[in-house]
Write a protein that binds this ligand. Sequence first.
Ligand code: GTP
Ligand code: MG
Ligand code: ZN
Length: 381
Amino acid sequence: MGKKKKNKANKVRVQFRKNRGSRSRQNRISEEQLASENIEDLASEERVSGKGALSRYRTVKSVGGEDENDLQRVVDESVCEPARILSTAGLNSLARTESGRDYECTVRQVVRTVSRENRNAVVTGDHVLIQPINEEQAVVERVEPRYGTLSRQSGGREHLIVANVDQALIVVSADEPPLKPNLIDRFLVSAGKGDVTPIVCINKADLVDPSDLQPIVGLYAQLGYRVLQCSGAKGWGLDVLRRILKDKQTVLAGQSGVGKSTLINRVQPDLNLETSHISEWSSKGRHTTRRAVMYPLAMGGAVVDTPGIRQMALWDVVQEEVEGFFVEFRPFVPLCQFPDCSHTHEEKCGVKQAVIAELVSHQRYDSYLKILSDEQFDPEW
Ligand SMILES: Nc1nc2c(ncn2[C@@H]2O[C@H](COP(=O)(O)OP(=O)(O)OP(=O)(O)O)[C@@H](O)[C@H]2O)c(=O)[nH]1
Ligand SMILES: [Mg+2]
Ligand SMILES: [Zn+2]
């Protein structure tokens, strides 16, 4: 696992900052939230109270800066155990201690306050300190600083999908649902922002002629990304997939119905994850996997299965930052007339000229524009 600690606090964001939308939206439940993994959030309630026993260390001392990742509570570590969050449902979560014991947890109110964003108070993959109340229940007392995160924007706020992973397997399908390169590009930016190594995984290779995939495989491989072609149905590419997953912490992310759970089942059949019986990708709003769950792998490492997403809006997009994740733009940026060229409307733009000369892919440039203009990915199947 990488040990890098992110410090986002001092980032200066000057232009193209998106999602300045009104705060009032945050309290409303968007359609998207209802349709996706947050259903459980709405239904959940706190069941473990754990009051009393913990009141002896009421004082909350925080160190660090503004950023929620830097806020560290000082807690009585002698009564706590380190654990990993395997899944969350609203403010409840399932944590596994280092000795392999599972606890149903609630989150100490003050942890939620400190994190400012209740929905992100505790996320799948978090390293936490918990205080057991009994054999089965515990309270999350502290969330350790996060690294390797994957997040997106949901309902005008950052929605952290997972924390503390090394790599993200961006799963798309060759067909059913049709392959959307735009979505790959969004995930690549999201992974880059979260300091997670992206791997492009094209599943359902059995549904198309192998030569059909060559242009897209070539494009991403040329950009320096690892690209894997596989078929969960036929069992193709699984040896490579196993090698990629072994001893690593990996999140599988992508649209609903692309075969994420199917692939995990192939890697470790005893997990027996629920997958859709038929190709349900065409019926909007269906998600077989309902929440992000971490599964330790018998061969070493762990995977996080996530619910398919219908929209991949990026959180906190800044133009200069996005440009940085389009690595192929780099040689042409010095050719732009203005040093702060956004490569959108400017006349003398090296990047745009490179697109015209086909030195940069039209499709990638199109993704870049869409990300900047905040155009949501909304597959019309
Ligand atoms: N033809 C073909 N079908 C596949 C392949 N992999 C998965 N499927 C089918 O695709 C459908 C969706 O698979 P899932 O594994 O449930 O997809 P998912 O990505 O986990 O979907 P969500 O949990 O909704 O996000 C199922 O009917 C699978 O049998 C493949 O390689 N080829
Ligand atoms: Mg699934
Ligand atoms: Zn330019």
